[in-house]
Design a protein around this ligand. Sequence first.
Ligand code: FDP
Length: 347
Amino acid sequence: MALDELNHDSEKRIGISFTEHIAEIQHRLSPAARGELTSLLLHLMMAAKIISRETRKAALVDVLGLTGRTNVQGEKVQKLDEYADDIIIRHLRYTGHLCVMSSEEHEDTIQIPERYALGNYTLTFDPLDGSSNIDANVSIGTIFSIQRRISDGTTGTREDILQRGKNQVCAGYVIYGPGTIMVYTTGHGVHGFTLDPSVGEFLLSHPDIHIPEEGKIYSVNEGNYFNWEAPTRQLVDALKSSNNYRGKPYSGRYIGSLVADFHRNLLYGGIFLYPADSKHPSGKLRLLPEANPLALVVEHAGGLATTGSQRILDIEPRRLHHRVPLIIGSRKDVEFAESFYSKEAEA
Ligand code: FDP
């Protein structure tokens, strides 16, 4: 095909590199843009490639295991969590595209050192989600969320980070599994890229992902059943019986690694829940580094994300480590789930 025959869908050709894809999108949708977001994403992908390489050889070089410390959430920190956190910060702080960062591993925001230029974006990330699975060689992932700066001082602020999820300009995740896959959206479709280690590039493998309208899978930690509130128990009872809008039981699939559970349901259809329970009265998952980015991805893929009573992307974050109940997945399944919580509210 001659170069000038490329149509406006050229960024969706299977096998196109992420670098070319993002340049094509920028050229078509924002020809006047200075390429800041593009460059930011490319730096982030560089960090992801390094994390991918290290997760692969982790068992060989004795990186696995605990550091012996706990993080701000009171959880034991795995060595790879720290490594991934460090790699992302070091690869992004000097780019001149960020004004502030926030990581699930840090209690406060991460400032850009004075020696580097400040940019117009913020980055919130979970460096290695699902880390309790690392030693069992189960898929884990990095989740990211990018927003525009809203403050105008000499440093980025907490307020730049504490924005509603609907303000995200880009979000996505990278899964380190049998293959390394990156899925992202900037609001122009949801696209998945697979890392080709032989050339060191993410190549487009899943263009224009649409989550099926209804699924056959429910994903939840059912060990929490007796800690759940009545609507959650009734919902899960309905999903595994014929007492649901499909008239047949769903299959249960729960890896316990959010990115992996989410990615499977995005491709196959289904619903993932981490509801509130008596041990986690506000839910376990974090709004900013986990729920918001996945909510943006799922909505642009045609699905929904809610707490049961509120759209995730509308929630005003109250603090960096704000937690929320999360119900996310295929549109009809999430609407079915919401009906249980609205019945309870009416009662
Ligand atoms: P992890 O504790 O292993 O980091 O947000 C953290 C998370 O994993 C999610 O990836 C996962 O979906 C969830 O917690 C698992 O929690 P449970 O072990 O309570 O089911």
